[in-house]
Design a protein around this ligand. Structure first.
Ligand code: NAP
Length: 247
């Protein structure tokens, strides 16, 4: 009898700490995308499950009684699968997803549905900084034509580089001062971010506002069916109720 926390976010790490402190038996699952993941206060399993069947087998073999899906707001494959399979099995499922960012005064934000909309929005010859992660590289396509793109990644690319795309290595959290300095140094005209939400990634948006830079914000995928909370405390309350109820 154990909870499974689907991780890959700061919230999942904080939830692991909170669950461990509360004495709730749980395991954290990471996809294995970063080579040196941050330490966790709960047991961790690493790597994909091997699709729907592998995930279903894992839940059964490990006698998982409930899933807290604390994956990144853009990890839609894993979230959709977890919600669907838990729903079909009558298992407890909770989505922990931080609130999206909302524009304030002085922000020059443009919402776009996906990477495919960027080329129509961002003028040719612009110098564009993408804080959208390693998976964006294959999605840049037409945007890379006639523009200079900087793509920030935590680790060196595992896929072939694309003409017109320069990789900038960096691991957050970044301060506003650091972000201002970097955007200035690279003489960036446009910033592209996923609307991930949360405090950790906010500095680049503050920096863009200070520099008067326009920002293209990629909207989140459609939310999955199922209960959702926005913060770690609410997820902990949910877990305590579920697990104590089974004792
Ligand atoms: P995704 O598109 O939803 O999932 C792709 C595949 O990765 C899944 O089919 C699954 O592999 C595996 N996977 C994803 N999350 C997993 C987890 N917590 N434990 C075990 N396997 C997992 O996810 P993604 O966007 O590639 O993100 C991968 C991981 O990085 C997630 O854990 C996410 O929280 C984190 N992350 C993502 C972003 C982002 O912008 N997408 C940003 C920061 C962190 P199988 O099919 O083999 O089971």
């Amino acid at each position: 009898m154990s909870l499974l926390v689907l991780g890959g976010t700061a919230e999942a790490r904080a939830l692991a700490t909170a669950l461990a402190r509360a004495g709730i038996e749980a395991v954290v699952s990471l996809a294995g995308v970063t080579r040196a993941p941050a330490a966790m206060d709960l047991p961790v399993r690493i790597g994909g499950f091997g699709g729907d069947a592998g995930f279903g087998d894992y839940l059964a073999v490990q006698e998982i009684t409930g899933v807290i899906d604390a994956t990144h707001p853009f990890a839609d494959v894993m979230s959709e699968r977890a919600a669907r399979i838990c729903g079909a099995r009558g298992m407890d499922y909770l989505r922990l997803e931080r609130a999206a960012w909302a524009a304030g005064s002085g922000d020059l934000w443009h919402d776009v549905a996906g990477f495919g909309d960027l080329a129509a929005l961002i003028p040719k010859s612009a110098r564009v900084f993408l804080a959208t992660g390693r998976q964006s590289l294959p999605l840049l396509g037409e945007l890379a034509v006639g523009r200079h793109l900087y793509l920030r990644q935590i680790e060196p690319a595992k896929v072939d580089a694309l003409d017109g795309v320069e990789i900038v290595l960096g691991r957050g959290p970044f301060s506003i001062e650091d972000e201002v300095a970097l955007l200035r140094k690279l003489r960036v005209d446009w910033l592209v971010v996923k609307n991930a939400g949360g405090a950790g990634g906010r500095a680049k948006l503050e920096a863009a506002r200070m520099l008067g830079l326009p920002v293209a914000l990629i909207e989140r995928p459609v939310a999955v069916d199922g209960a959702m909370v926005r913060d770690v405390e609410a997820a902990l309350d949910w877990a305590v109720l579920r697990m104590r109820g089974r004792e």
